[in-house]
Ligand binder design. Structure first.
Ligand code: HEC
Length: 158
């Protein structure tokens, strides 16, 4: 039993869910994006004012962005961000399928442009209560969160 669950989990982690097949009424197949929705309905709590005023103190050097990428794709605990937010940052990670609300789509200008760095910092540090977005207070140093933010911001321009 444990082995079966482990296997199912491994399959779940294996791939980035990019698109699913939907069968429209006329019987022809059509490729449909499972998530990656934009504009995205956003009901996330607003960070306290002292956070919203924070500026990213970590310079956007190639090294810092690379650190952000490493954390996003594999090293962040408890779960690599990629597994929910997707390798392309569009909210289509392999764990995203049934999440409601869905993971933020970082490629969506409508969802991301108005959000200050301090808002992203606060949610990454404390999580978004009542959603799958976990807190990283005990697993990521502030500097690492700022590096992640430098990396996440790149998805908009990609
Ligand atoms: C288990 C799935 C999951 C993982 C892992 C995860 N997230 Fe999220 N994330 C979510 C969901 C779901 C939301 C949407 C929360 C909401 O609507 O309030 C979200 C929202 C966000 C937001 C948007 C905050 C806002 O104010 O709109 C940011 C930024 C973010 N996540 C960053 C990260 C980073 C960085 C990591 C890795 C360190 C990460 N997430 C890991 C599921 C996840």
């Amino acid at each position: 039993m444990v082995r079966i669950v482990g296997l199912a989990f491994a399959i779940l982690l294996a791939g980035d869910v990019k698109e699913g097949m939907a069968e429209p009424a006329d019987g022809s197949f059509q490729v449909q994006r499972v998530s990656g929705i934009c504009p995205q309905n956003r009901t996330t709590r607003k960070a306290p004012g002292r956070y919203l005023k924070k500026k990213n103190p970590v310079p956007p050097t190639a090294e810092n962005i690379a650190e952000g990428r490493r954390l996003f794709n594999q090293d962040a605990k408890p779960t690599a961000c990629k597994l929910c937010h997707g390798a392309r940052g569009n909210g289509n990670g392999s764990l995203a399928r049934r999440l409601e609300p869905p993971p933020r789509n970082f490629t969506c200008a409508d969802a991301m442009e108005g959000l200050p760095d301090g808002q992203l910092f606060w949610i990454i540090q404390n999580g978004s209560r009542g959603t799958a977005m976990p807190a990283h207070k005990s697993t990521l140093k502030p500097e690492e969160i700022w590096q992640l933010i430098l990396f996440i911001r790149k998805f908009l321009k990609a």
